[in-house]
Design a binder for this molecule. Sequence first.
Ligand SMILES: Nc1ncnc2c1ncn2[C@@H]1O[C@H](COP(=O)(O)OP(=O)(O)O)[C@@H](O)[C@H]1O
Ligand SMILES: O=C(O)C1=C[C@@H](OP(=O)(O)O)[C@@H](O)[C@H](O)C1
Ligand SMILES: [Mg+2]
Length: 187
Amino acid sequence: MTQTPDPAPPTPTRPTSGRRPAAVLVGFMGAGKSTVGRILADRLGVDFVDTDVELVRRTGRSIPEIFESDGVEGFRVIEENVVTDVLDNHGGVVSLGGGAVTTAGVREALTDQRVAYLNVSPERGYARVSGTDRPLLATEDPAARYAELLAERTGTYASVCSFEVDADADPETVADAIVAQLARELM
Ligand SMILES: Nc1ncnc2c1ncn2[C@@H]1O[C@H](COP(=O)(O)OP(=O)(O)O)[C@@H](O)[C@H]1O
Ligand SMILES: O=C(O)C1=C[C@@H](OP(=O)(O)O)[C@@H](O)[C@H](O)C1
Ligand SMILES: [Mg+2]
């Protein structure tokens, strides 16, 4: 007699609102995720969430303060919680912090999303963030650190994205390119 195998137990899922972001923006520091995300949300007539802003709002601490007290590992834990919660519950445009994709749980949460990778060159990207308070660039040679980290992360951005746009262009042009790609995805 053949035995019917037991059905697989249901996969545990996080409680969600059933909404899904219109688009999620990833890419390195200075790619323009925060800037373009707001423009894109306006174009689409939807809300905008920047997960770094949300993280600061929820913790009541600045990003440099969190890096100082909890280190990069502590920051990533808080970031993963905020990012996965926002992805589960937000229906608009979501911009992530540049390093969020280095966490496995974030990459997992991005698998069924529309993910735009803002691909910036080291020269353009660094010129935009040079002199700002991004903790990972608080080194003796921030330009070298920037180029090194960007090279390290490029494969990860490419692996989680649905499509890539040239982020060296001005913010309006980058937003246009994303709208065009989203329209293609609907066809
Ligand atoms: N496409 C762009 N062209 C020129 N400047 C930009 C562009 N995108 C962003 N910026 C500027 O670069 C800086 C960093 O942009 P931001 O949106 O914070 O990048 P990210 O969130 O990817 O780190 C800001 O001063 C912003 O005004
Ligand atoms: O690349 C990173 O690891 C980081 C990027 C920053 O966000 P932006 O990419 O928006 O600058 C911010 O989350 C933090 O300073 C760490
Ligand atoms: Mg940002």
